[in-house]
Design a protein around this ligand. Structure first.
Ligand SMILES: [Zn+2]
Length: 302
């Protein structure tokens, strides 16, 4: 099995309908899984997530920069502890997505995350891009990543976020082979939904993400590329709060993706705290892990 469906000869506008329909149908959103209310009668669910990529952001493509790996280590030394302290102070759970190489580098970090009541999900082996891998390689890495997280933490992961939300034509099949409860890499809706593979329900719940609700989009920086932070922290807070307020009005889900080395610098960590305070002030918001959201949405669809 290859990693891509071969395109026929000719330009896309010359393709037979069966071909473009086949491409579209590989992975689709199926039934919407939107509960009428959330546990305890809550109006809105808040699912916070932290992708603890650390040094793998540099290693994934063969990079060896000491400087960029130091930025990764900041994620372990400052980032994750600062996030955990904040979550503990507000007594709320969250989900952490951890490449296997990070779990092997920092096993104590993962054990602390689990011990403090949070979830750890699969996030690749070394933050590799799935879409460039043949099926057999992607499958092997995903299974070994799940085994590694279980070995380090004692808890078998039930969810997966593909590194960089990069999804191959085989990713969903492998998730079914792993028996996962949910995926959190795609963005076909604002509510949870059932994932269809070639038009057939897989029973795997998508907990949808969005680039808008991702700190990396606003704050990423690369000294030797043109990538620079371009949105002031107060504007990022404004975007996140507007996303939350609308999700609350709709009685839906507010899902947020962050990175420990990006959101925790002193001039930014207050954004996360403000979001938490704002959501808590509503009084009827359910803070949950992605696994808890997926499980509840699947069992209580409206
Ligand atoms: Zn990542």
């Amino acid at each position: 099995m290859t990693n891509t469906v071969a395109n026929p000869a000719g330009e896309p506008w010359q393709w037979e309908e069966a071909h473009w329909r086949g491409l579209i149908n590989q992975v689709r959103a199926g039934e919407r899984l939107a509960p009428k209310s959330w546990p305890g009668g809550a109006r809105c669910a808040v699912a916070l997530s932290f992708d603890a990529d650390h040094e793998t952001n540099e290693l994934r493509e063969g990079g060896k920069s000491i400087g960029r790996m130091a930025w990764g280590q900041y994620g372990n030394r400052v980032g994750v502890p600062r996030v955990l302290e904040l979550l503990k102070r507000h007594d709320i759970p969250a989900s952490f997505y951890v490449p296997a190489v990070v779990a092997l580098t920092y096993p104590d970090e993962q054990r602390r995350v689990i011990a403090e009541g949070h979830e750890i999900g699969i996030h690749g082996w070394i933050h590799e891009l799935n879409s460039v891998l043949p099926y057999e390689v992607e499958r092997d890495l995903m299974f070994r990543a799940a085994d590694t997280l279980e070995h380090v933490t004692g808890v078998r992961p039930v969810g997966l976020r593909t590194p960089s939300w990069d999804f191959s034509p085989n990713t969903l099949r492998i998730e079914t082979e792993l028996g996962l409860l949910y995926d959190s890499s795609l963005m076909a809706d604002e509510d949870c939904y059932d994932l269809l593979m070639d038009g057939v329900s897989t029973g795997i719940v998508e907990v949808p993400v969005e680039w808008i609700r991702d700190d990396a989009v606003y704050f990423m920086m690369h000294r030797f590329q043109s990538l620079r932070p371009y949105t002031p922290p107060k504007d990022v807070l404004d975007i996140f709060l507007r996303e939350f307020d609308a999700a609350y009005e709709a009685g839906g889900l507010f899902q947020l993706t962050m990175h420990p080395h990006i959101i925790t610098p002193r001039s930014r960590i207050w954004i996360l705290e403000e979001v938490i305070r704002h959501a808590k002030a509503k009084g009827d918001v359910w803070f949950a892990t992605h696994a808890q959201v997926a499980e509840y949405a699947k069992a209580n669809k409206a």
